[in-house]
Design a protein. Structure first.
Length: 169
């Protein structure tokens, strides 16, 4: 399901991925995680260990499409990275989660799209607040980066702070 060897685009450029996704079924002893290790825990595992992981610069979390961002309202600012899983490209709930984090909770950390991340959706992920993307292994990273700028004008307001065209009149 989750591809730790996939390529990462962060802030519109190919980047090294220092974060390891922990699968939902994987058992991990959090006391053995070194400060130099960077892990992204499934939300349920992160939540049950919240007192131990909250505020750690090397421990992020990932939300699945059936998990809401709402429980993160008061604590998201203490999480360095929040990944949102797209199990299939047609599941759009992750867009709403990113908008909630950016626009309602004012989260300024890294929001990473993981799972079935496709180039033709890159522009829209970015508009909703994603700033990093873990690409599927069959995706050409140059194509994906180019797709971040598919459109020069936006009709709607978005989390990416582009001025919509109706405000430019």
């Amino acid at each position: 399901m989750l591809d730790n060897a996939a390529l990462l685009i962060k802030d519109q450029q190919l980047s090294d991925n220092h974060w390891q996704l922990i699968d939902k079924e994987q058992v991990i002893d959090l006391s053995s995680v070194a400060d130099s290790d960077h892990i992204i825990l499934p939300f349920a595992h992160w939540q049950e260990n919240q007192p131990m992981v909250l505020g750690k610069a090397n421990i992020g979390l990932w939300l699945d499409s059936d998990e809401s961002a709402e429980p993160l309202a008061s604590v998201c600012h203490d999480v360095p990275l929040i990944a949102i899983n797209f199990p299939v490209f047609s599941d759009g709930r992750g867009y709403s989660y990113a908008r909630t984090l950016r626009d309602h909770f004012a989260y300024r950390g890294e929001i990473r799209a993981i799972g079935d991340v496709l180039p033709d959706q890159m522009y829209f992920y970015q508009r909703c607040g994603f700033n990093s993307f873990l690409l599927r292994s069959d995706v050409n990273p140059e194509t994906a980066i180019n797709c971040l700028n598919d459109f020069s004008l936006s009709y709607q307001a978005g989390s990416d702070q582009r001025t919509p065209i109706f405000h430019q009149r």
